[in-house]
Ligand binder design. Structure first.
Ligand code: NAD
Length: 355
């Protein structure tokens, strides 16, 4: 099994180092090859997604990605900014299904901004469509309005669109994810206002007939945003489009108190995937050895489960993370009085030791 290791920028290399140590501690020899991406890609060869990096990502069985972005690249033209590397990888590899779990370990219940009884033990999965919707729909741009009350003025516009096949394939992925969990799926849309959403909802209902064991319900996105902070544990698997998923998955991440704990996976139709922490490159703490490596380590666990077919090893890594939390070890982002503050490497050491 070949794994492409793309550490990226900021804290990316520090957290990736620990995830690689954890993979090496599993007792199996994975072939791992490292390549620059994001700002590091631009610095190495003038593009955030260098050709050699894309080639490696295409050849590999799975990709473990750190994070990209740094303030020093903010003045580059948009096409050369580090964040374009992720969009390029998603597009080139056809990674249309984004899995964002939001899990709150009981030991960290105090880190959430919600009351512990509302969130303790939270374990939900958001399945977000990643390659369609208003983020990619054409036409888009700025033009002179040709009609309406603002005729003659400049106006910005985007296009929300979803094709039948695009909705169907994410629906199947989400129903199958629900089958492996508590067999409940909530499809989130805005069908009361948007044609695209009504179409989405109709297809979800059609596909649901192939999964009679899964209970499907529907929720408008504004209500879903509310319910996520009112009673998040009422959800199990949520499936939604690209834009709504972008917003709801960040909201769900915050319920858990630390973005430094949350992994994510983006899969293609054959379950080849890119695995990355849900957070960014945290340039404010880069190079200080204090970043939390657990989201990246848990991303490696997701990679073992979904792309490398090694569920048992994934369980081992997840159990090891639980164990170090139970031992009271915390990086600064999840630190509370009465626990022991450790740095990035010490946290990696502890997970390896627990393994
Ligand atoms: P961020 O997630 O990098 O940081 C937000 C806050 O969370 C910061 O205070 C940071 O110190 C903290 N934080 C994040 N990860 C942490 C960790 N593992 N351990 C401890 N603390 C952690 O978001 P931002 O500041 O909005 O963005 C910084 C850069 O990252 C930008 O250039 C942005 O474009 C980029 N970004 C990249 C990705 C990605 O690579 N997938 C995602 C989001 C943002």
């Amino acid at each position: 099994m070949k794994i492409a290791i793309l550490p990226g920028d900021g804290i990316g290399p520090e957290i990736m180092e620990q995830a690689v140590r954890v993979l090496n501690a599993l007792g199996e020899k994975f072939e791992m090859e490292t390549a620059p991406v994001g700002g590091a890609g631009y610095a190495a060869s003038g593009h955030p997604l260098p050709e050699a990096t894309l080639k490696l990502a295409k050849e590999a069985d799975a990709i473990l990605f750190g994070a990209v972005g740094d303030w020093k690249y903010d003045t580059l033209e948009r096409a050369l900014r580090p964040e374009q590397a992720i969009l390029g990888l998603r597009k080139n590899l056809g990674l249309f299904a984004n899995f964002r779990p939001a899990v709150l370990y009981p030991e960290l219940a105090g880190a959430s901004s919600l009351k512990p009884e509302v969130v303790s033990g939270l374990d939900i999965m958001i399945v977000r469509e990643l390659t369609g919707d208003i983020y990619f729909g054409q036409p888009r741009g700025v033009r002179t309005a040709v009609d309406g009350p603002f005729k003659g003025e400049q106006e910005g516009f985007d296009t929300m669109r979803y094709a039948d096949t695009e909705i169907r394939r994410i629906a199947h992925v989400a129903f199958q994810a629900a089958q492996k969990r508590s067999k409940r799926l909530t499809s989130v849309d805005k069908a009361n206002v948007l044609e695209t959403s009504q179409f989405w909802r109709n297809i979800m209902i059609e596909v649901s007939k192939e999964y009679p064991d899964v209970a499907l319900d529907h929720m408008y996105v504004d209500n879903a945003a509310m319910q996520l902070v009112r009673a998040p544990k009422a959800f199990d698997v949520i499936v939604t489009g690209n834009m709504f998923g972008d917003i709801l998955s960040d909201e769900a991440a915050m319920l858990t108190g630390s973005i430094g704990m949350l992994p994510s996976a983006s899969l293609d139709k054959n379950s080849k995937g890119l695995y990355e922490p849900s957070h960014g490159s945290a340039p404010d703490i880069a190079g200080q050895g204090i970043a939390n490596p657990l989201a990246t380590i848990l991303s490696a666990a997701m990679m073992l489960r979904y792309s490398l077919n090694r569920a048992e090893q994934a369980d081992r890594v997840e159990q090891a993370v639980k164990k170090v939390l139970a031992q009271g070890l915390r990086t600064g982002d999840i630190y509370e009085a009465g626990t022991k503050k450790v740095g990035t490497k010490e946290m990696g050491d502890a997970v390896v030791a627990a393994l």
